[in-house]
Design a protein around this ligand. Structure first.
Ligand code: F6R
Length: 604
């Protein structure tokens, strides 16, 4: 989340910083800011909302000649999206920008306040600049102070810091959040949290490794690794093709988004897991006071993640949970009682039907919560409380990473409510949290897996239909798998609970009916297996997805052995997404912009 940029050189520093932030704006647009240091003087500007507000504010600010500068575009995590919480954060004579989360910020802040430091913001980032200035008082150099500061930070960060005493130096550090530096023949230095802002400016770039820190000056670049050893920069040529850079070399945005699910889930978990409890700083526990039911409402893929949540809430939090398709809920005179927490789920936060149900719930006096990927969207502004999914901008029309982060949030939320309602022991919660930490790994797409699915996909380009089948949470996953295939392949596909096939749909079974069977090892394996055997006996063509070899299937896609059914859920999710993608590619369809669809459905 968030985006950072830095520049050292002779050109118009403001223009370069704002241009870089424009490329990163999709990462977050709650607020943005820049700080420029020229001839010993700082100029800093911040604005809430989109970058255009900062552009307006800085209209009359022009930097001629050598300067250094840093900039940031923010997606709020700690503290509301206000100007005070916008980066860069200032100390007495230094500015800092930061991506990530400083996990020990509360302890550092306490000590700094005891030392008499006044904090202006609610952010975790502000401690960095004050800690640096505290260290500066007892260090021989700014670099020593910076190095000491980095060693005192826990958590994830990409940091750029500038200080008045060194007006030709930018200090940097990277741990757990991406950052690179670029150079060119004009001796300029550019920093950014991804490579797109550097395209057109730099010929060569060095991607920092975790633990790297150092500084740049007009004449050099000093990098130290996590063991404080000097590192030679490892420069590579930077592509000059912006579109392919935005796709990170993938063929389609959807493909890129499938591959980045591990990272965005890690972002979604960041700062929200302690060893024994789920931390949702954005929630006030009174939201759940007097609540006896959770009602979930959404459309499409978001509905599928919500359906998954019904199983998790009832299993872990032991709270009655019901779900409605938003377009149905709107017109059926639903009974809404005040002991129900009304939860809407939306990637965009703008879907007309879902938004309307939120308005209905508010009007009926229900407490409301939105789980959403877009801060400041209509739903986020309207609901009483909000949890952001931190998937970043999803460009592929077929939703992938938004779904993955929604399910992750629901899993966390079921444990959070479980703790509040005392339905889970500390040990049970700790066990679940340990599993949650493994989700990013479960979403990894290996070359082998992708290649296997690609080869196999050629057998599934025709037929008279697909059934995706699963039980429990694998039923919503089956629905989602079928939806993905429909959307981008235009083939007919249905999701079904495995146990329901014999109540009618099995009549369709023949070799031209393709069954994609989800067979998790850790949840109702034997039951689901018998359902698939019934289809196999009727000669349906079966593709089984499981960690356990299944000899009654025509095709078999192996997932990794996992400790828990929820990890199997994420492993299978990736398989289904890649399968749809490869079928669509073989059929020659437009993967990112399938026919008849739009990314945000703001009409009824
Ligand atoms: C499917 C898809 C749609 C959306 C649905 C709701 O891939 O993207 O089904 O999930 O239109 O959109 P949001 O989540 O923005 O409310």
């Amino acid at each position: 989340m968030c985006g950072i940029v830095g520049y050292l050189g002779q050109k118009d520093t403001k223009d370069i910083l704002l241009g870089g932030l424009k490329e990163l704006e999709y990462r977050g647009y709650d607020s943005a800011g820049i700080a420029v240091l020229q001839e010993g003087n700082f100029h800093s500007y911040k604005a809430t909302g989109k970058l255009v507000n900062l552009e307006e504010k800085t209209q009359d600010f022009i930097t001629n000649g050598f300067a250094i500068g840093i900039g940031h575009t923010r997606w709020a995590t700690h503290g509301k999206p206000t100007e005070l919480n916008a980066h860069p954060h200032v100390g007495e004579s230094s500015y800092v920008v930061h991506n990530g989360i400083i996990e020990n910020y509360a302890d550092l802040k306490k000590e700094l306040i005891a030392d008499g430091v006044k904090f202006l913001s609610q952010t975790d980032t502000e401690v960095i600049v004050h800690q640096f200035e505290k260290n500066l008082k007892t260090s021989d150099s700014s670099f020593e102070a910076f190095k000491k500061t980095i060693s005192q930070l826990q958590g994830a960060y990409a940091i750029l810091l500038v200080t008045k005493g060194e007006d030709e130096t930018i200090f940097f550090a990277k741990h757990g959040s991406p950052m690179l530096v670029g150079i060119n023949a004009e001796n300029e230095k550019y920093f950014a949290s991804s490579d797109t802002p550097l395209i057109g400016h730099c010929s060569d770039v060095n991607y920092f490794e975790d633990g790297d820190y150092g500084y740049v000056t007009p004449v050099g670049l000093a990098i130290f690794d996590k063991n404080n050893k000097v590192q030679k920069p490892n420069f590579s040529k930077l592509t000059q093709n912006k579109l392919s850079a935005q796709k990170d070399g993938f063929r389609f945005f959807m493909e890129k988004e499938i591959y980045e699910q591990g990272d965005v889930i890690a972002d979604t978990l960041m700062g929200r897991l302690s060893d024994e409890e789920i931390l949702f700083e954005e929630l006030d526990t009174t939201l759940f006071k007097g609540i006896n039911e959770i009602k979930l409402c959404a459309c499409g893929t978001s509905y599928h993640s919500a359906l998954t949540a019904t199983y998790l809430f009832e299993r872990y939090a032991k709270i009655k949970t019901t779900i409605e398709v938003a377009s149905e809920f709107r017109y059926r005179s639903p009974i809404m009682s005040k002991d129900t927490l009304f939860v809407v789920i939306s990637q965009s936060g703008e879907t007309a039907d879902t938004l309307e149900t939120l308005k209905m719930a508010k009007k009926a006096g229900l407490k409301t919560l939105v789980i959403c990927n877009v801060d400041n969207s209509s739903m986020v502004r309207l609901a009483d409380a909000c949890i952001l999914t931190r998937a970043g901008v999803e460009k592929g029309v077929a939703s992938t990473k938004a779904f993955a982060t929604q399910v992750t949030v629901f899993w966390m939320l079921s444990l959070y409510v479980g703790k509040l309602k005392d339905t889970m022991s500390t040990q049970e919660i700790a066990k679940q949290i340990a599993l949650l930490r493994e989700v990013p790994g479960a979403c990894k797409v290996t070359d082998n897996l992708h290649e296997r699915i690609k080869r196999l996909s050629k057998r599934y380009l025709h037929g008279h239909g697909f059934f995706f089948i699963g039980r429990d949470v694998f039923y919503p996953l089956a629905l989602e798998g079928a939806l993905k295939l429909k959307e981008i392949s235009y083939l007919h596909a249905e999701g079904y609970p495995s146990g329901e096939m014999k109540h009618g749909p099995i009549a369709l079974a023949d070799p031209e009916l393709f069954t994609i069977a989800l067979l998790p090892q850790h949840l109702l394996y034997e039951k689901a297996k018998s359902n698939v055997e019934e289809l196999s006996a009727r000669d349906s063509t079966i593709c089984a997805i499981s960690a356990i070899e299944f000899d009654k299937a025509d095709d078999f896609i192996a997932i990794n052995e996992c400790k828990d059914y929820m990890l199997e859920f994420f492993e299978m999710m990736v398989v289904l997404q890649v399968l749809s993608l490869e079928i669509s590619v073989r059929l020659g369809n437009d993967v990112d912009m399938p026919r008849n669809l739009a990314k945000s459905v703001t009409v009824e």
